[in-house]
Ligand binder design. Structure first.
Ligand code: ZN
Length: 69
């Protein structure tokens, strides 16, 4: 595999955000977000849980959102 810039969480030491993590950042925060958060940090930010965020990702996927894969 060539390419695919590795994106790390800007707020903690989590590395390599997945396509779905990145998609959720863009969907929930801003389409041109520069400082990405991992699911753990997003859960804290939205006062939610990682499980809820994962369910959200599944729902966006089912809607056919191109940000998720
Ligand atoms: Zn994080």
């Amino acid at each position: 595999m060539i390419g695919g810039n590795q994106i790390n969480c800007a707020y903690c030491d989590n590395e390599k955000l997945s396509k779905n993590d990145i998609g959720l950042n863009k969907k929930l925060i801003h389409p041109q977000i520069k400082r990405m958060m991992c699911l753990t940090c997003m859960a804290e930010y939205f006062e939610s849980t990682e499980e809820e965020l994962k369910e959200m990702i599944e729902r966006f996927k089912q809607q056919g959102c191109a940000l998720f894969g």
